[in-house]
Design a protein around this ligand. Structure first.
Ligand code: NAP
Length: 426
């Protein structure tokens, strides 16, 4: 009976959904041993370090990941870094196929003057900072000013804007990293703008996130009626308004109709604002936009750019336009496959990865030939390498959840690698 060994690199949603697709394809004549390799001692990828802490429902998908991990033939190799502890070339020799679920983590740049001023930062740093990603625990965010501008009309920009605009008391019961919670409690930011370069009809926000805005308890949210009316007019002129756009515009209209309460905190959406230049002597002082009405300058103290990501390069595989060069997930001329953002770029919600990974895994299965029989990752790692296996991770998870229970939160995250390793120590 052919028994194949598959390595999945990256323990985020697309990695787990790839594993699940393989598990679902098991027959009497086809079985898999799945080794999932992850650089951090913690799995779940963006479910841990991306999803906003005030959206705990989205994180419940982690239960699915843990079920996948509990299936026979699945092994987690956390705290193992590709390119340092093992090479991609070695993995491709040991395994019948290697699935790259490595995501895309570098924030895209605007390419405008002033972008490198102090207090002009990327969502690619800000988001993992508030989510307690070990690489960003020492990142410094200056929240001493009053006005923040977030560039981008997508859900990441929305998350950043909302995290800055809500009353931090609302975050006390979330798993926001302690260092970020402390900084947000001290924050002087009271006015947050989220700006899109095109009209509201082109905004990449999704309707559920827009629908949450009127529910904010301590923040007035502004979208101009004119912008929404113009979006309806332009969208209608371009043909029939599809379901997705109709839901978005309806949700924006609901924001315009929500009575404002005079809160000291506000979140305002501006459309048709193309960033032109960030002004400031030593640090951000203002941002200039070109708009259909001419240039507009907004004085501000912090600029966060949330305009998409590109993948970090990895030895042994080519990258093109910010993602792994691939055709339908297959890296031509190799036994390497790509899934998730590494395959298609930074688009789609968590669930998008399920069908996408399933398609790539069908391709992988159809390519399988004679099974290899030449060991696995355990033959590649140094004998004293500290591997975070599933049982180790479960201990870390239990310890974080227990610490959270004591403080009325879903968990308290450990934010340094040594602390995480200590938490799960047998
Ligand atoms: P996104 O949805 O692709 O949005 C990127 C935004 O940046 C777009 O509005 C885009 O405008 C704008 N942009 C790009 N280049 C720009 C430039 N040079 N100047 C100004 N604006 C620019 O990306 P994202 O927000 O990073 O999110 C990535 C994916 O994760 C999305 O699929 C998102 O839905 C998902 N996500 C989901 C959730 C959730 O479900 N709660 C949360 C976070 C992220 P144009 O359209 O004009 O290019």
């Amino acid at each position: 009976m052919p028994h194949y060994k598959i390595a999945i690199v990256g323990a985020g949603p697309s990695g787990y959904f790839a594993a699940q697709a393989l598990q679902n394809s098991v027959t009497e004549n086809l079985t898999f041993e799945i080794d999932m390799i992850e650089r951090l001692p913690t799995p779940w990828g963006l479910v841990r370090s991306g999803v906003a802490p005030d959206h705990p429902k989205i994180k419940t998908v982690a239960k699915v990941f843990e079920k996948i991990a509990a299936e026979p033939g699945f092994r987690l190799f956390g705290n193992v870094e590709l390119g340092k502890d093992i090479s991609l070339a070695d993995l491709t020799k040991k395994y019948d196929a290697v699935v790259m679920a490595t995501g895309s983590s570098i924030g895209k740049k605007l390419g405008i003057p002033g972008e490198d001023l102090a207090n002009s930062i990327s969502a690619a740093d800000f988001v993992p900072w508030y989510n307690g990603h070990p690489d960003f625990k020492d990142f410094k965010v200056d929240l001493t000013g009053k006005v923040a501008v977030v560039i981008g009309a997508g859900n990441v920009a929305m998350d950043c804007g909302r995290m800055l605009a809500v009353n931090p008391d609302e975050l006390d019961e979330t798993d926001t990293a302690d260092h970020a919670l402390e900084a947000l409690h001290k924050s002087n930011i009271r006015k947050v703008f989220i700006t899109g370069r095109r009209g509201a009809e082109f905004a990449a926000f999704t309707a559920p996130e827009l629908r949450d805005l009127p529910k904010l308890e301590h923040t007035d949210v502004y979208i101009s009626e004119t912008a929404v009316a113009l979006a309806y007019k332009n969208a209608e002129a371009n043909g029939e308004i599809d379901k997705h756009l109709a839901s978005n515009l309806e949700a924006m209209k609901a924001v315009t109709e929500t009575p404002k309460k005079g809160h000291e905190r506000s979140l305002e959406f501006l459309f048709s604002h193309t960033p032109k230049e960030i002004l400031g002597k030593d640090k951000v002082e203002a941002i200039v936009y070109s708009t259909p009405e001419g240039d507009v300058t907004i004085p501000c103290d912090l600029v966060i750019t949330g305009i998409g990501y590109v993948a970090e390069s990895i030895d042994g595989v080519n990258f093109e336009k910010g993602k792994i060069s691939n055709v339908d997930g297959r890296v031509e001329g190799s036994n390497i496959y790509a899934v998730g953002w590494a395959k298609r770029g930074p688009s789609g919600v968590i669930g998008t990865n399920k069908s996408d990974a399933a398609e790539v895994m069908q391709l992988l299965i159809s390519d399988l030939k004679e099974a290899k029989n030449d060991g696995d990752i355990t033959n590649l790692l140094k004998p004293d390498h500290k591997i975070v296996d599933q049982a180790y991770w479960v201990r870390i998870n239990d310890a974080e959840v227990a610490a959270g229970e004591a403080r009325g939160k879903p968990r308290v995250k450990a934010v340094s690698i040594p602390d995480l390793l200590r938490l799960g120590q047998p």
